[in-house]
Each structure stands twice: as C-alpha cells, then as structure tokens.
Ligand binder design. Structure first.
Ligand code: ADP
Ligand code: GN1
Ligand code: MG
Length: 392
C-alpha cells in the first residue's frame, strides 16, 4: 500500500477555500499559520498509518495545481514527555546527516528529512492546549509500504537501515536526549506487563489467559540482550529504535531505499534491536493487526534478504558478538512488541492508537505467532547472519 494512494483517499479536514463541517480545526489551523503556510495553504488531509502521532499532509498551490508539500505532525505528548528534547535530537541528527550525505555525493534534500522551524524560529509549535506540532518537507516521488510487496524491497530496506547505522557511527551519542527512557529494556517491559496483569484495571486478563501464559513462559528471553548490554558484550550505538518498513521511504523511480523517517526515538541502543524490529514487521506475511492468524507467518526467505542487505553495509563495523546477537534481536523485539500490545490491552489502550476494543490483543497475537515460528527456525536464522556477516 503506497501512502500516495492512501492520501488521495483521505478526507480534506482543513481548507482555506471552504469551511469543513463537523471538524474542530482550531489547533491545526494555528499550526498551519505558525509554520507560515497560512493563508496560502490549499488544504490538509490526514496521512500515514502510524500508531503514535497524528500526521497530516499539507497541500500548497504548485505549478500544476495543488501539491503535497509538507508533512505536519502533532506529536503525542502522552508518549513523548519531553517534546523539546525530541525535536532537539531530530534537528541535531538531520543536520549531521545532511553533512554526511553531502560528503557521500548524495542529495540531502531527499535522503533525510528537512525539518522546518516556526515563523518565530522555534523547533516546534505549541498549540493553545499545550500540544506540540512539528513540520517537515514531503519527499516527492517516494513510496512507503505497510507490507513487503516485492522481496527486493526488503533487501533494499536492510541496506538502508544498515547504511543509516554507519552514517551515524560517529555521531556524538552524549548529545542525544533519551526521549523514552528504557524504551527497549525488555526486562522492564516484562515487569510493566506483570504490573498491568495484576492490576487488571479493565477486567481483561480473563480474555487473554493463553497470551499471558505465553509471555510468562518466556520471561528469561526478555533478559538475553539487556544482560549482554549491561556486561559490555554488546556496545551501545546511535540507533533508530523504530525500524518498521513504514518508517522508510523508497524512491519511486530507482525502487531503492531513499530516506529513513520517524526519527522520534533516535537514542543510544543496540544494533540487534534495530535489526530485530525490521524483521518483526517486514519478514511477516500479514499486517501487524491481522485477525486470521493462519495468514501470519515468519518468512525466513525475507529474513535472509534483509540480513544480506543489512550485513553488506555493516559487517565491517559490527563486532562478531553483535552479528551473532541479530537473530536474538528479532526474537526479543517481537516478543517485546507483543508484550507492549498486551500490556496496553490490559491497561485499557492508553498508549497505542486503537480502532476497536480488542485491537491491541489482536496485535499481540500476531507478534506471538511470529515469535513461535522464529523459535522453531532459530538455528537457520543464526546460520544466515554468520554466513553474511563473515563470522568464523
Ligand atoms: P508515526 O510516529 O505516527 O509513525 P511517522 O513519522 O512515521 O509517524 O509518519 C507516519 C506515516 O506518514 C509514515 O509511515 C509514512 O507513511 C508517512 N510519511 C511521513 N513522512 C513522510 C514524508 N516526508 N514523505 C512521505 N511520507 C511520509
Ligand atoms: C509505534 O509510531 P510507530 O507507529 O512508527 C511504536 C513502536 C512500535 C510500533 C508497533 C514511539 O511505532 O515502538 O514498535 O508502534 N513507537 C513508539 O507497530 O512507541
Ligand atoms: Mg512511523
């Protein structure tokens, strides 16, 4: 599914040409003016398929009619408690990336996001209710996918995320603010799940006994990577921490990975987590919220393609221990994500956007199905990274 198509199907929710009935747009309109688009802006539509922020496509008059020119987002302040810190990270990293891309002979205007300051020079705009809005350029002639459509895309995606790790190899990690503390501390995620299960605020534990048992059986797995990080076996790097396939834009013409987006969670982290999150989302045969579990499988062929693309870029910078940790990254991050969905289900859907009451439970189930299949194919997963990583 290309976002380009989704957008055209979306409803106009703000227009400078007509009043839209039934939509309260005050804050959106203020944001449009704050970034200097009003009153020229033609119209605005909801955009994308993220679970956290509210994303809007901003259309401006162009030479051939209205053009999608900017992406405007209301940052979820329930998730990001320090929006100023988030924006400081993003401005720092994208500025740095522009220099790296220029040195590589690339085009910084297409290969990284260009964030736009407000008219009065701030990194973001705070609306009347104190909610943060930020804005960046829309990258034209790009595609974004919710599922791998052509296996080549996933190889390209591995290449791009691998390249991204290298590009930020010398970025001073001390400059980064930890925007969500312990974001991928799977041990703490497990404890949060246990707290939610015991409180059972919404009386939902009775409806997910099997899923609860599934997680509890795997408590030890939650510690595998955290322990290796703590004892120094695995180094911290500057990582993206949300490397889903829909957080990368592909060039419509060359079909290659073009630009890594959704930089809210750039923080020091483990390479295995970034690798793992890409596998979790992209090496799956169905969408994250597929209800029919018979459609959901872990596709080891796709895993291999991603691993090849990723390791072509990174095998010379990652240590052998890191390369060997990558399959664990896939297992642990998939388990962690399932735990997070299940925790949110138990505590009444306060974190992820949901469309119906069981949405988070449905999502947790797909993740656990993937974990099970990864466990069954784990040896093969290990052989693959050893092969492409050139390990002895
Ligand atoms: P969220 O944190 O909610 O996932 P994202 O920053 O990932 O927010 O944006 C949501 C979606 O919007 C992306 O998955 C992508 O489809 C689309 N999108 C975001 N930025 C751009 C862009 N610059 N060009 C094209 N599509 C974009
Ligand atoms: C969220 O924002 P989005 O949709 O790209 C979440 C990720 C999860 C993912 C599951 C900040 O990502 O951690 O893995 O949903 N982002 C945050 O799809 O919590
Ligand atoms: Mg996203």
């Amino acid at each position: 599914i290309a976002t380009g198509v989704r957008v055209e199907a979306g409803d106009v929710i703000f227009s400078t040409r007509r009043k839209i009935d039934g939509v309260d747009n005050r804050n959106l309109e203020d944001a449009i003016y704050a970034f200097g688009f009003g009153p020229k802006c033609s119209y605005v539509k909801p955009f994308g398929a993220g679970h956290i922020n509210e994303t809007y496509a901003v259309y401006m008059p162009g030479e051939e009619g209205d053009e999608l020119a900017y992406v405007l987002q209301r940052v979820n302040s329930n998730v990001f408690k320090d929006p100023a810190g988030v924006m400081e990270n993003i401005f720092g990293v994208t500025e740095y990336l522009r220099g790296v891309i220029r040195a590589e002979g690339g085009d910084p205007d297409r290969e990284t996001l260009s964030y736009i300051k407000t008219k009065d020079g701030c990194n973001y705009f705070e609306d009347a209710e104190g909610e943060p809005w930020r804005c960046y350029n829309f990258i034209a002639d790009s595609m974004c996918y919710q599922l791998v459509e052509d296996p080549e895309q996933f190889y390209q995606s591995g290449n791009s995320f691998g390249h991204f790790l290298k590009q930020l190899g010398n970025y001073p990690a001390s400059r980064l603010i930890e925007t969500i503390p312990d974001f991928h501390n799977t041990v703490k995620r497990y404890h949060a799940f246990e707290v939610a299960r015991k409180r059972d605020l919404k009386n939902r534990a009775a409806f997910c006994k099997e899923e609860i048992a599934f997680v509890q059986k795997r408590e030890k797995d939650c510690a595998v990577l955290v322990r290796q990080q703590e004892d120094g076996t695995l180094p911290l790097r500057v990582t993206h921490n949300d490397t889903k396939l829909n957080n990368i834009l592909f060039d419509s013409e060359t079909k290659k990975g073009l630009c890594i987006i959704d930089l809210d969670t750039i923080m020091p982290g483990l390479a295995a987590n970034d690798f793992g999150d890409s596998i979790r989302f992209g090496a799956a045969t169905a969408e994250e919220d597929e209800k029919d579990l018979s459609k959901m499988h872990f596709d080891i062929g796709l895993y291999e393609l991603f691993a090849r693309g990723y390791l072509e870029e990174t095998k010379d910078v990652l240590t052998e221990a890191e390369i060997q940790s990558l399959p664990w990254g896939a297992r642990v991050i998939t388990l962690e994500c399932g735990i997070r969905f299940l925790t949110d289900y138990l505590q009444g859907d306060t974190y992820f956007k949901t469309d119906y009451p069981e949405h988070n439970l449905v999502r947790a189930r797909t993740q656990f199905k993937l974990v099970e299949e990864m466990e069954q194919q784990f040896e093969k997963m290990q052989e693959i990274v050893i092969q492409y990583g050139g390990c002895k």
